[in-house]
Write a protein that binds this ligand. Sequence first.
Ligand code: SF4
Length: 582
Amino acid sequence: MKIADINLTTRKVKILEDEKYNAFLGGVSLATELFVNNCKPDIDPLGKENIIVFAKGPLTAAFPTASKAVALFKSPVSNELGESYAGGRMASAMRFSGYDALLIRGKASHPVYIAIHDDTIAIKNAELLWNLRSVFVVGRVLRDAEPQGPGRRSFIRSGRAGDRLIRYANLNVDNYRHFGRLGLGAVFGSKNLKALVIEGTKDFKFADMKAYKTAYREVYNYLTHSDVMDKYHILGTSAGILPINAMGALPTRNYSIGTFEAAEQISGEYYAENLLLRKIACSQCPVGCIHIAYLRIPYRKEEYDVETTFVPYDYELIYALGTNLGVSDAKDVLRLIELADRNGVDIISLGGILGWATDAFANGLITINDTLGVKFEFGDVSNYLTAISLIIRRENEFYRTLGEGLDACVEKYGGAEYAIRIGGQTPAGYMTGPASILGHIIGQRHSHLCNGGYSYDQKTFGKKIGYKEMVDALVTEEKWRQILNSLVICLFARKVFTIDRTLKSLSSIGIAFTKEELLTLANETYEKKNAWKKAAGQIISQKNLAKKIYSFKTPHGFIKKNFLQKAIEYYSELSGIPYEVG
Ligand code: SF4
C-alpha cells in the first residue's frame, strides 16, 4: 500500500509504502487503521489536530461500480467519528496516480489547495479561490490552472459554506458527487484547505488477465443484464418518492406527517418527463444513476434573458428541500437545491435546519427581528432562498446559529420538539418504522446507509420483530458493510457483491482473502471504530429525538420509546458504548 501523508502546517509530504497495510484491504478498513492511530478522540473537529484520511479500494478502476472513495475525520456536526463517501472520479484518479490513501493533517497559514500529479504533490496558493460564489467556478478555475495531461483527473473542493465554517458544509467532487454528510467541507475550511486536485497517468496490470476478465464479466453482466440496477438508471433514487409517499413514510412539513399531497408534482416520474436533461455516471460505472435536470433562471428584466443551469436531484434532496418544507413545484425544489449546492452545503442537514426554523417561527421562539424579515412558512420558496443566502453569509447571530447546526439552534432558542436530529444531523427521510430510527441511532455514522434500517423495515412489514432480533440484524448488516466499504463499491450495487463474488473478484486480481479473513476484518474494523467513538465520549441515546418522531405514524405504527430504549441498552451491551435513558 502507498500512502501520502501531507502536513499543511509544515508543507511537508511523507510517502509511506508498507506491506503491513495490505492486511487492511483498502477503503474504510485501511482508513480506520490510519485514522485511529493518528487522530486523538478528544480534539476539536475544527482545530488543526483533526486529520482527514481518504482511501480508495482494491477493486477501484478494475471493477464496475467500485467507484467510491471514503473519507474519515472527526465530524464538526456529530462531534464523533465522521465517515463519508463520494463517487465521481476521485477513487480512480487515486488509483492511476498510485495512492491507496491520503492523510491530510495540520493547518495551512493561508488558503491553499493540494495538487497531486502522479508522484508530484504540491501545496499551492488558493487565496483567489476563497469565498468564490460557486463551487462550479472553483472547479473551472482549477481545471484551467492545473496541467491537463493524459491522466484521469478529479477535483474535490469546498464552497463558501466550508470557507465560512458552516458546520454542515460538504465537499463537491467533480460537480455532481459529494462528500455530503457530517461536515467535511467545514474541516477543509478549518485547515485553510480549499481543494484537492488529483491526476494520475499510471497503468496497472494483473498477473492472471484471464481470471480477471472472467470475474469482471460476471459482475458487469449481473449489473447490466439483471434488473437489480434498473431503478437507479431509469429514474434514480427519486423513483422512491411515490412508493414511500404511498406507504406514509415520506417526511412532510418537518416530519408532521408521512404523505405529501403534491408528491406527484415532485416525483422522479415528473422530473424525468419534464425537466431531466441527462444521466451521468461515476468512473467505471455502467449504471449512470446521476440524474441532472435543467433549470432556467431569469437574470435580467428582459423577457428572454435566462441562464440555464444543471442541477442534480435525487430522493434525499427532493425530500429535504421539497416535501419536508412543503414545496410542491419541481422547479422551485431545483432552485433551492441549486443555491445550496453552489455554496457547498449538505442539503439534508439544511432541510432539517429550515424545517426547525419554520416550526420555531410559527411557535414564536424566533421573531421577525431575528430572521431579518424572513417569514419562515412551509411552501414559501422565496423566503427559503433568502434564508439560505443569509445562512451562507452568516448575516447575524440567528443565521450564524443556523450555520452551527440543530444542536446549537436548540441550545440557543429552544424548540427541541421540532429539531429532527440524530447525532446532531437530520436523518435521510425514510420514516418506514423503528428499524429506520434505530439504525440511525446505533449506526456508526448515524446514516441510513450504515445498516439499511429503512430497508429492514420494508422487508418486515406485518411482522412483529423483537428488539434483540432487530439490533442483531442491523449490526450484522453494518459489519458486512465494512467489507463493501473497504472495497468502496457503490452501495446501490451491494446485492451484486455477495461474499462469493467479492472473494472471486479479489482473487482474480491477486488478492488472496478467505471468507473467514474477510469477516474477521469486518469485525475488527467495526470494533476499532467503536473503541475510538467510545474514547471520544459517544453515548447511545434517544434523548435528543424530537417528540414529532414518536407521534409520526409510520407503516409499522408509532415508534415506541420503550422499544427503542430496550434496543439501545441491548446494543450498548454488545458494543461497550455507554447509553443514557432518553
Ligand atoms: S450507481 Fe450511481 S452512484 Fe453508484 S457508482 Fe454508478 S453512477 Fe455512481
